[in-house]
Design a binder for this molecule. Structure first.
Ligand code: TNX
Length: 554
């Protein structure tokens, strides 16, 4: 009896001594997860990489191993008895599996994205310090688990506006790092607008000499004001290629946007002959919607746009090139001035040639003409266009993809008409909006109110006509930066809302669970701390006492 008691207590002690994993906090939650008791230690673990992995996948695995060595402070070794990365050609490109048991860890995928996502899932199952850049004391174990995972949507995007405020290459790479951690795969880079031009175009040097710089910036919404500080910047083609490669190594495609024919005042400041009035124009110093746009009646805009887009397509290998198309009419800065296309003789002549009759549709049909010509040029180079949902007004040419931003209506209509669409409605996915309803305590923002749970609650198929869902390629959030001037503030607006976005993009609708997501937030915050990126603690909407757990319990 004594012996049995001794045996039992030793067994109990042994069980207790067994490393225990922490709770499962992976975001976005993988499709299938089966946890079991036990954990596999990974400090100084053996790593084996299947030589069938392509170069970028090997590199991605290498970054994971490096992170593990840095965080644990111990080198890994080669061997089959630890973590094995295996090539499995039967799997889809973004799919992966992870198996952890007493024999070790087996990761399987068929391509870069699968391996990148498997590594991020492994990292999120480890202590958050794995995302840091130094050795940390922690329980370096992986839970026994079987994971099978793949995304719901193929297009999982995040947008960034480097025009209204400029973000360095290093800051942009950090943004991409955050996207990688949450398994996003499209970076929509809004590189041109009224307040600046950010792409070096060799054929049009004035775009960087003149258009990249503005004479000051409006202060908040005091429209007559100007801070008097010359502001601007641009990316050289070499830097742009560096970002494309950095993203590609992480399974992210960079989609550049050249916004046309509106949001072009910066370009007009350098090449005023491309506008209806001939200028002079100044790179805009205020926010809002400008009246002046490219002149649709002037043939010279096409060689200009083709020259710009040729260089853009050379830099960016993306299948999709975003050509903007938003807010061409009813500019708010000069409410009493007519739209230039309504009064421009060259535009009137173009309308006559095209047989466009006067009326409310005329301007939209003229915009269709510009979009169509640019689309044909892009298609002739083997690429496709994406346009903001205004491109759908009138007659959009087959093969275009619509980005639905003014709510979901654009996406619904696009899918009904047989166009592909990306959902990015400003009702849910505008990260320049406030996250807390106590706005006076928040950094100044454009307006709106999109707390974390609201973002999380977005269902991309809601409102989409049954049978047309296949046209919804995916989901993206936008981060416009009129009122965001520092990297800390940028990250504050981005996070943790991007984490909520990632579940909208990745998880099947029945796998989403806000309570479970919310319960992982503390882990998420520690992970972001380790990455050294900023985030909002007030993202749950309510601030002050009501947010404290003690107050909740009462
Ligand atoms: C609308 S979304 C715009 C941008 C602004 C943004 C501010 C879109 C296609 N156009 O030019 O920055 O609102 O939220």
């Amino acid at each position: 009896m004594k012996h049995l008691a001794l045996f039992l207590s030793v067994a109990l002690l042994a069980a207790c001594a067994k490393p225990q994993p922490q709770a499962f906090h992976v975001i976005p939650m993988p499709a299938d997860v089966t946890l079991s008791d036990g954990a596999f230690p990974v400090k100084g673990v053996a790593v084996a990489v299947d030589p069938a992995l392509d170069d970028r996948s090997q590199k991605a695995v290498g970054r994971f191993v490096q992170a593990l060595e840095t965080a644990t402070g111990v080198k890994t070794r080669r061997g089959e008895d630890g973590i094995r990365f295996c090539f499995n050609p039967a799997m889809a490109a973004e799919q992966y599996t992870i198996s952890v048991n007493a024999d070790g860890v087996v990761v399987e995928a068929s391509a870069l994205n699968g391996f990148v996502y498997a590594c991020e899932t492994l990292k999120q199952m480890l202590p958050p310090a794995i995302y840091g850049d130094r050795k940390a004391k922690a329980d370096w174990v992986l839970p026994y688990v079987q994971i099978q995972d793949q995304p719901r949507f193929a297009y999982r995007g995040m947008h960034l506006d480097p025009v209204r405020h400029f973000w360095s290459i290093e800051e942009t790479k950090r943004y991409l790092d955050v996207m990688t951690a949450y398994k996003l795969n499209r970076f929509h880079w809004h590189l041109t607008d009224d307040q600046g031009w950010r792409i070096e175009i060799k054929a049009y040097p004035k775009l960087t000499e003149v258009s990249a710089w503005r004479n000051g910036t409006v202060i908040k919404k005091d429209w007559g004001s100007n801070d008097g500080i010359r502001y601007g910047g641009y990316y050289t083609q070499e830097e742009l290629r560096e970002v494309v490669e950095y993203a590609a190594e992480r399974g992210i495609i960079v989609i550049p946007e050249v916004d046309l024919p509106g949001h072009m005042v910066a370009a007009l400041a350098a090449y005023p002959e491309l506008g209806c009035t001939g200028g002079p124009y100044e790179v805009w110093t205020r926010w809002g919607v400008a009246k002046d746009i490219l002149c649709a009646g002037n043939d010279a805009i096409f060689p200009f746009l083709e020259g710009v887009l040729s260089e853009v397509m050379d830099i960016f290998p993306s299948e999709y090139i975003h050509i903007g198309g938003d807010e061409c009419f009813n500019g708010d800065a000069e409410p009493d001035r007519p739209d230039p296309w309504d009064v421009c003789p060259k535009c009137a002549a173009r309308m006559r040639t095209l047989g466009i009759r006067k009326g409310p549709q005329a301007k939209h049909l003229l915009q269709n003409y510009v979009t169509d010509r640019v689309q044909r040029f892009i298609n002739a180079h083997g690429r496709k266009i994406i346009g903001w949902d205004e491109v759908l007004e009138g007659n959009l040419t087959e093969g275009a993809t619509v980005m639905s931003w003014r709510g979901i209506a654009g996406g619904v209509a696009a899918a009904r008409k047989g166009f592909d669409a990306i959902m990015t409605p400003y009702s849910h996915l505008y990260f320049d909006f406030y996250q807390s309803d106590e706005q006076e305590l928040e950094p100044f923002a454009i307006g709106g109110y999109q707390p974390l749970e609201h973002v999380y609650g977005y269902e991309p198929f809601e409102g989409i006509e049954p049978g047309t869902e296949d046209h919804i390629l995916g989901v993206q959030a936008n981060l416009w930066t009129e009122y965001i001037a520092t990297p800390e503030h940028l990250e504050y607006m981005l996070l943790p809302r991007l984490c909520a976005l990632s579940e909208v993009q990745w998880c099947a609708a029945d796998k989403k669970d806000y309570a479970r997501f919310d319960a992982s937030l503390d882990h998420t915050f520690r992970l972001l701390d380790a990455m050294g990126v900023n985030y909002s603690l007030d993202c749950r909407g309510l601030m002050g006492l009501e947010r404290l757990p003690s107050a909740k319990q009462e």
